[in-house]
Design a protein around this ligand. Structure first.
Ligand code: HEC
Ligand code: HEC
Ligand code: HEC
Length: 429
């Protein structure tokens, strides 16, 4: 082909674009290292600041992800399975070799808001910086003061095990470009101070959307579908907007009780991944938990009045006709706790007709409740045994179909047998 002037012009334009593109890419990917500092002494931090930091760290669930089962608090190495492989949380005690002992508060704030480590490498969004980016610097400085005054622990997190190619951290710069919206929290002047406080905590440190918002295939939270319901560790995190199956019966008081104690008399208990969240919130001051409840209530009830009593539903005879064996099984295995005259019901524990899990479109959480049981987040509270070893998949599916027919007016779940078998298999993996 003859090389014409025109081709040359196009060629030049293209190469300029490529070079400029590379320049932009490098500029986005590159983050400088922030120099090490000598570990600050414990006495250099104000006590009141440390105490505030402790409460804020509680809201952020730092301890949940940064502590291995039976491990030292904040020393990391907990395995976090993601669709892209397994990540290990870092040691965030002030150990100088393996923790964040040499990090300045500037480096810490950059990690929390921009997902960049002290050495300039990009961090995975398993650290929920999509949310922490909205937290004010003063609050982050308080958390920094709290962490830097903990006992240093020498412990190196194992290497992450990700799908081939995804271990290359600069890729994360592109991810951030698409999904990380680094905006400061903006109070809404027409809402109350309490509502604004709740929104600040929910969107930021408490990262409720991290589980309750659906994610796209790249693992980013879906824009415009905030709180439409997501997944976490094999459970569904129900919607926290007006599509929540129990929206009509949640209100600020019941949300407050649920968030603070892990259960509420007119709703069921936090049995899955919500358990540790509630356990954390139980140590937060009442005013902040109430603010969160007020904000979530407003999301569930954009216009309507909230807090109607959930109607008590008990279609026993129809349910028994469809599932005679489950009716017997329920009497034997469940009614000691869930029957009308069971001490638990008499003492005001919720009836199964108020359980969100039975009303949900997807049986997943009801299946998990039977397979895993419920253990109280704190020392005492709601307890239900696991039926995983006691009942076959068939019995479990039959019982759930029965409970759905008896305690709700919803359509029967489809393919329950399969769901029970699948979820049991997932749990064993
Ligand atoms: C949902 C789990 C989760 C929560 C909650 C969480 N983190 Fe992390 N965090 C991680 C993971 C996973 C990493 C490692 C990411 C990586 O390897 O890129 C990490 C990394 C970090 C790092 C970077 C450490 C380093 O050496 O590079 C800091 C600092 C940190 N987290 C602090 C916090 C604080 C403070 C909180 C609470 C306010 C918190 N994290 C809450 C999962 C979590
Ligand atoms: C030892 C007592 C006990 C037994 C036995 C028991 N449960 Fe439960 N169950 C509980 C408690 C406690 C809760 C949580 C309710 C609350 O306090 O919020 C619960 C909750 C549930 C929920 C609702 C979960 C949710 O979060 O929405 C379902 C469904 C359920 N149980 C089904 C059963 C079935 C079916 C059986 C029999 C196979 C059974 N339970 C046996 C104590 C028990
Ligand atoms: C680690 C993931 C995760 C985080 C973070 C999380 N949740 Fe949940 N949440 C769940 C899951 C899963 C459930 C379903 C039941 C369970 O786990 O017991 C749930 C249940 C709930 C329910 C009960 C809904 C119903 O109708 O039964 C409410 C209310 C709730 N969460 C509010 C919150 C709020 C507010 C926050 C932030 C302060 C939050 N959650 C943070 C995973 C999470």
């Amino acid at each position: 082909m003859k090389f014409s002037k025109r081709h040359f012009a196009i060629g030049l334009a293209a190469s300029v674009a490529v070079v400029a593109g590379l320049g932009i890419a490098t500029w986005i990917v590159y983050e400088p290292e922030i120099p090490k500092i000598p570990r600050p002494s414990v006495s250099s931090f104000d006590r009141a600041l440390v105490a505030r930091g402790e409460q804020l760290a509680t809201v952020g669930d730092c301890i949940v992800c940064h502590t291995a089962p039976n491990g030292s608090p904040f020393a990391g190495t907990r395995a976090l399975p993601t669709p892209f492989g397994t990540l290990y949380s870092n040691n965030i005690t002030p150990d100088e070799e393996t923790g964040i002992g040499n990090w300045s508060s500037t480096a810490f704030i950059r990690a929390m808001k921009q997902g960049v480590g002290r050495d300039g490498s990009h961090l995975y969004p398993a650290l929920p910086y999509e949310h922490f980016t909205h937290v004010g610097d003063d609050d982050l400085k308080a958390i920094y003061a709290f962490l830097m005054t903990r006992q240093p622990v020498l412990l190196q997190a194992p290497e992450n095990q990700l799908l081939p190619g995804l271990g290359f951290r600069p890729l994360l710069a592109g991810w951030k470009l698409l999904f990380l919206k680094q905006t400061e929290f903006e109070p809404q002047p027409n809402e109350s101070a309490e509502w604004n406080r709740g929104k600040y905590l929910v969107d930021g440190l408490a990262h409720c959307g991290g589980c309750h918002t659906p994610r796209n295939i790249a693992g980013g939270e879906e824009g415009g579908r905030e709180f439409a319901g997501g997944v976490a560790e094999g459970w569904n995190a129900p919607a926290l907007d007006e599509t929540n199956p129990s929206a009509a019966s949640w209100n600020a008081d019941s949300l407050f009780a649920y968030l603070k104690t892990g259960s509420d008399r007119s709703h069921s208990a936090a049995g899955g991944p919500m358990g540790p969240v509630a356990e954390g919130l139980s140590r937060l001051n009442d005013a902040d938990v109430r603010a969160i409840a007020v904000y979530v209530d407003s999301r569930m009830h954009p216009a309507a009045v909230s807090g109607a009593q959930a109607p008590v539903i008990d279609n026993r005879s129809t349910a028994a006709a469809g599932h005679p064996q489950a009716d017997l099984l329920f009497d034997g295995a469940c009614s000691g706790c869930h029957g009308e005259r069971a001490p638990m019901s008499v003492n005001g524990r919720p009836l199964l007709s108020s359980a969100s899990d039975l009303k949900a479109d997807d049986p997943r959480n009801a299946v998990q409740t039977l397979l895993q049981g419920i253990s109280p987040p704190g020392e005492k509270g709601a307890y239900m045994p696991s039926f995983s070893n006691m009942l076959t998949d068939k019995q479990l599916a039959d019982l759930l179909a029965y409970a759905r027919a008896r305690f709700t007016d919803e359509q029967p779940w489809k393919d329950l047998d399969e769901s029970v078998a699948d979820i049991r298999k997932e749990n064993d993996e």
